[in-house]
Write a protein that binds this ligand. Structure first.
Ligand code: PLP
Length: 388
C-alpha cells in the first residue's frame, strides 16, 4: 500500500536548495576539494566549560527523568538574569520565559498555538524557512512582505495592505537577520510594537544572532515600552555558544502567547534533557567567558578576509555588523541559482542562492562564515578566477 502524504505537507513550499545540494554531493563524491559556505552551522566545538558542566550533569541520576513543562526553574532564572544584564529588561521567569528544544522548535510550533486555519501570518521575504513551514502546517495563509537593500532589509510596514493587516494574527521578524545580516534599531522596533497594537498582531521576533555581532550590540524588541503586550522573542544558545547540536533555546515575552505555546508543547514534546539545561545555565552565566568572546573575533577575521577578497574581485558586498553571514550581490546578468551553480562548478565553493529564502532574495547569494580563515582565503582566490 502506498502511503499518501497529508495535504498540509503538499502545501509546503518547494525546497529550493535541493539542486545545489545535489551538485555539492556530486562534487564531493568525485573527490573535489569543496569549500562549504552553505549551511550556517558553526565549525568550532562548544566551549569546554559548558561541556564539563554537561558531563557532570549527565552523571547525576536526578537529571535522568522527563523534564516536562516550561523547563527547569533554574534555567529560566538564568535566562531572566541574562536578559536583564544584556538588554536591561525584566521578565518573570515563571510566566514570561519558556525553555525550547532549540529556538526553531518554538518558532515552528508557535503558529499551532495562535493561528487558526485561514488566518494570515506575515512573513518576511527573504527569510529563514521555518516561519513559512510552521505557519503552513498550522493551516495559516502566509503573506510574504518584501525586505530590500533600499530599506536596509527592514520591512516598510505602511506598505502591507490594510486588508492583510486586518486579518493577520502573527508576524515574524528576525534581527540580526538571516540571510541578509541586517540589524534593527530600537526606533524600528518601536514602530513594530505600535503597528502590532493597532492591528492586534502578535510579533514573533527571532533573535538567534543577538550575540553574534562585531559592532554595536543588537537590541531586543522587549526593550520597547509595552512590548510584552504584543511580542515574544526567540533566543537560541546554538549560535552564541556553538551549541547547534544540543538543541536548547528559549522564548521570552507575552505570557498568554507563551502559555498557548506551552499547551502545544505539552501535547507534543516533553522538554529539554535536564542535563542540557544545567549546561545551558553555565553557558548563559558565562557569556563573557574568553572562549565565548573569542568566537566573534574569529568570525570577524573571516568576515574581513571574505568581504575584502570579494570586493577586490569586483563583487558588491556590504560588511555585516552581526550574524555569521555575508550577503553578496550577484554579478550582473546572473540569477542566484546560476551564480551558486557556477561557483560550485568552477571554484568548488558552496554558497546558497538567495532565492532559496524567498523571491526577494533573488540577486544575492549567502556565504556562511563557518570555514577557517585559510579556507576563506583559498575560496576567494578561486572565486576571483571566474570570468562573469
Ligand atoms: C540557526 C537559526 C535558528 C535556529 O536555532 P536553533 O536554536 O538551533 O533551533 C533560528 N533562527 C535563525 C534565523 C537561525 O539562523
Amino acid at each position: 500500500m502506498g502511503i499518501r502524504r497529508a495535504d498540509r505537507l503538499l502545501r509546503l513550499p518547494p525546497y529550493l536548495f535541493v539542486e545545489i545540494d545535489r551538485q555539492r554531493k556530486h562534487a564531493l563524491e568525485s573527490g573535489r576539494d569543496v569549500i562549504d559556505f552553505g549551511i550556517g552551522d558553526p565549525d568550532c566545538p562548544t566551549p569546554a566549560f559548558i561541556v564539563d558542566r554537561m558531563v557532570e550533569a549527565v552523571r547525576d541520576a536526578g537529571n535522568h527523568r522527563y523534564p516536562l513543562g516550561r523547563g527547569m526553574a533554574e534555567f529560566r532564572r538564568a535566562v531572566a538574569d541574562f536578559l536583564g544584564r544584556r538588554f536591561g529588561i525584566r521578565l518573570d521567569p515563571q510566566t514570561e520565559i519558556v525553555t525550547l528544544i532549540g529556538s526553531k522548535e518554538g518558532l515552528g510550533h508557535l503558529p499551532l498555538a495562535v493561528v487558526d486555519p485561514g488566518d494570515i501570518v506575515l512573513i518576511p521575504d527573504p527569510a529563514y524557512p521555518v516561519y513559512t513551514g510552521g505557519a503552513t502546517l498550522a493551516g495559516g495563509v502566509c503573506h510574504r512582505f518584501p525586505l530590500s537593500a533600499r530599506n536596509g532589509w527592514l520591512p516598510v510596514l505602511d506598505e502591507i495592505p490594510l486588508e492583510v493587516r486586518a486579518q493577520a494574527k502573527l508576524m515574524f521578524l528576525n534581527y540580526p537577520n538571516n540571510p541578509t545580516a541586517a540589524c534593527a534599531s530600537l526606533s524600528f522596533f518601536e514602530k513594530v510594537v505600535e503597528f502590532a497594537r493597532e492591528y492586534e498582531i502578535l510579533i514573533a521576533q527571532d533573535a538567534a544572532y543577538s550575540e553574534v555581532h562585531f559592532g554595536d550590540r543588537p537590541v531586543s524588541i522587549l526593550q520597547v515600552e509595552g512590548a510584552k503586550d504584543v511580542c515574544v522573542e526567540f533566543h537560541s544558545l546554538s549560535k552564541t555558544f556553538n551549541m547547534t547540536g544540543w538543541r536548547v533555546g528559549f522564548a521570552a515575552g507575552n505570557a498568554d502567547a507563551l502559555d498557548a505555546l506551552v499547551s502545544v508543547k505539552d501535547n507534543i514534546d516533553s522538554g529539554v534533557f535536564d542535563a542540557i539545561q544545567h549546561a545551558g545555565v553555565e553557558a548563559l552565566r558565562g557569556i563573557d567567558h574568553p572562549d565565548v568572546q573569542r568566537q566573534s573575533a574569529r568570525c570577524r577575521r573571516r568576515r574581513d578576509v571574505l568581504v575584502t577578497g570579494l570586493r577586490s574581485a569586483g563583487w558588491e558586498v556590504e560588511t555585516p555588523e552581526a550574524t555569521f553571514y555575508v550577503w553578496a550581490k550577484c554579478p550582473s546578468g546572473y540569477d542566484s541559482m546560476k551564480v551558486a551553480s557556477r561557483i560550485l562548478e568552477e571554484a568548488d565553493v558552496v554558497v546558497i542562492p538567495g532565492v532559496g529564502f524567498g523571491e526577494c532574495g533573488e540577486g544575492f547569494v549567502r556565504f556562511a562564515l563557518t570555514v577557517g580563515e585559510d579556507k576563506v582565503r583559498e575560496a576567494v582566490r578561486r572565486i576571483a578566477r571566474i570570468a562573469w
